[in-house]
Design a binder for this molecule. Structure first.
Ligand SMILES: Nc1ncnc2c1ncn2[C@@H]1O[C@H](COP(=O)(O)OP(=O)(O)OP(=O)(O)O)[C@@H](O)[C@H]1O
Length: 522
């Protein structure tokens, strides 16, 4: 039943993912770069695929290739490696911690979870200061994140509103792999730099507390606490403690004011900050005679749960990536990538066709690991015949057999398909015809049972939840259950989906499907 077609996997990508530049790496360590998420002062961040992940939703990672003035001297590399090691062990609840890194690669890189949030800087600039509840949640979330960093011996050193990502479950502090040199931050970042940092001091927990105060003041008022002007003027106001907290929620003013003290010794510890913010919230929210507050951690969780009204994550759309050659589900991806057996074909859905095309075109590789890895051995017949765990298939309601009466599980007929040709690179969302014409059969029909609790990611065919507006330009991806999908299979349109079979199936009978990702519907 296994088709001898190229291995294809799907990955959910942001619809507006920017293409790779011609000189960009196409492989970064074990990851396959798809497009650019952006460029910062310490490197370029790429959207990349972790092919070892078995769920489409988790396959997308953000990989940052580090390039910054701080890394010009070879002497700094041991410290970079140590910092990355420390960061990797930070509690990732509120901090974007590396999943993987290679500090010895040239250039070094780190991979992190892809986060589809909004930057605090954008959010406040567009919508003004946050309301008190959300501001308290932000203040406590950031303090918790900094605390997690400090617990692992890492001072962030460059916290500012653009380093804070608002996600559906709370704020996240962006990665800080390179300990920023204060000289680099002075220009645009004077507001967030404590006086001692501005004078050239190293990153410290007390300087992070200062930055916390400045970020919370900005988030609460929509204004810069030390006013506007040239960096030099701002830094003078910082050094003399001339800030304005007008408009900030009254309860927060004392702790934010103390955090902005020019003297690091006078600033509160994060523990005090957390205690003070919890007290502000409790004063507003705890009824007379209520049970005393539980420990900080639980209370922080409660505040975020109550006050953090989800910042809607940006939608993502599925793309299919074709990997020539066999790719197993454990992690041989490093060898696979480095021996050049990977070729990536076009994109089906969303505006990222050029990203994949760049990958296919071959680019440079970040990291010197290629030579170290031996050629992948030729596939043996038995390996090739092994059933893949994921398949791209077509479900056609017209081909389904009527269910027999009785309680047996319904069996669904599918046909493995592969793409024939590439979508025209029109830099936009491809037309319906362009999608529909590209599929051809790639194997014998098969039968599967779809588990009612299967995870189903839909982009188009399923009815949108009420808050999701769907049209050709604004596609969304959301989750349904296997039961909902089964319902669509009975009467819906022809669908092309990636299915993932169960690993833990017991007994005989058709294979069970545990994940479905929609790629196309007619
Ligand atoms: N984990 C991630 N998930 C999704 N997008 C990310 C992730 N990390 C960074 N990005 C995106 O990549 C871009 C560059 O990020 P980066 O953190 O390098 O920028 P920066 O904060 O301006 O610079 P730096 O931290 O180097 O001073 C940003 O637009 C950001 O949205």
């Amino acid at each position: 039943m296994s088709p001898r077609s190229p291995r294809e996997i799907s990955v959910l990508v942001p619809p507006d993912l920017a293409p790779l530049y011609p000189d960009d790496p196409t492989r970064i360590g074990p990851y396959l770069a798809l497009g650019r998420l952006g460029q910062g002062a310490t490197g370029t961040v790429y959207a990349a695929v972790d092919t070892s992940s078995t769920t489409a939703g988790d396959r997308l990672v953000a990989v940052k290739v580090l390039r910054s003035p701080e890394l010009e001297s070879p002497d700094v590399y041991p410290a970079l490696a140590q910092r990355l090691r420390n960061l990797s062990s930070v509690d990732p609840q509120r901090v974007v911690a590396p999943l993987n890194f290679d500090a010895d690669a040239n250039p070094p890189w780190l991979a992190m979870p892809y986060l589809a949030g909004q930057r605090l800087s954008h959010y406040v600039t567009k919508r003004g200061g946050l309301g008190t509840g959300k501001l308290v949640a932000l203040a406590i979330g950031l303090a918790e994140g900094l605390s997690a960093l400090h617990a692992r011996g890492v001072a962030h050193g460059s916290l500012r509103p653009s380093e804070v990502l608002l996600e559906s479950h709370g704020p996240h502090i962006m990665e800080c792999a390179v300990a920023a040199d204060s000289e680099r931050l002075r220009g645009s970042g004077a507001t967030w730099l404590s006086p001692e940092r501005y004078r050239g001091g190293v990153a410290t927990p007390a300087a992070d507390v200062f930055a916390w105060g400045a970020v919370v003041a900005f988030a609460g008022t929509g204004r810069l606490p030390f006013g506007t002007g040239e960096p030099e003027e701002i830094s003078q106001r910082v050094a003399s403690g001339s800030f304005s907290l007008d408009g900030l929620a009254k309860g927060l003013r004392p702790v934010v004011g103390r955090a902005l003290d020019p003297n690091p010794d006078q600033r509160p510890s994060l523990r005090e900050v957390i205690g003070a913010v919890i007290a502000v919230w409790q004063a507003e929210n705890t009824e007379q005679g209520a049970v005393p507050a539980p420990g900080d951690r639980e209370e922080i969780g409660r505040i975020l749960e109550r006050e953090w009204h989800a910042v809607e994550p940006a939608p993502r759309v599925p793309e299919v990536i074709r990997l020539e050659g066999r790719l197993s589900n454990h992690r041989p991806s490093r060898a696979l990538f480095l021996t050049g057996v990977v070729a990536v074909a076009g994109v089906l859905i969303g505006g990222g066709a050029w990203g994949i095309a760049q990958v296919t075109g071959g680019g440079t590789e970040a990291g010197p690991v290629a030579e170290e890895v031996p050629e992948e051995p030729e596939e043996t017949a038995s390996e090739e015949e092994e059933d893949p765990r994921t398949l791209v298939v077509r479900f056609d309601p017209a081909e389904q057999e009527e269910p027999e009466d009785g309680d047996g599980e319904r069996v669904w007929v599918y046909t493995p398909v592969t793409r024939d040709g590439e979508i025209p690179r029109n830099q936009g969302i491809p037309s319906h015809e362009a999608w529909s014409e590209q599929w051809e059969e790639a194997g014998e029909p098969g039968q599967a049972v779809i588990r009612t609790d299967a995870e189903v990611l839909c982009a188009r065919f399923c009815a949108a939840p009420e808050h999701v507006f769907l049209d050709e330009e604004a596609r969304g991806t959301w989750e349904l259950s296997g039961s909902d999908f089964i319902d669509y299979l009975s009467w819906g349109p022809v669908m092309i989906v990636e299915i993932t079979f169960a690993e833990d199936q017991e007994g005989e009978g058709p294979r069970e499907v545990v994940e479905v990702v929609e790629l196309f519907s007619d």
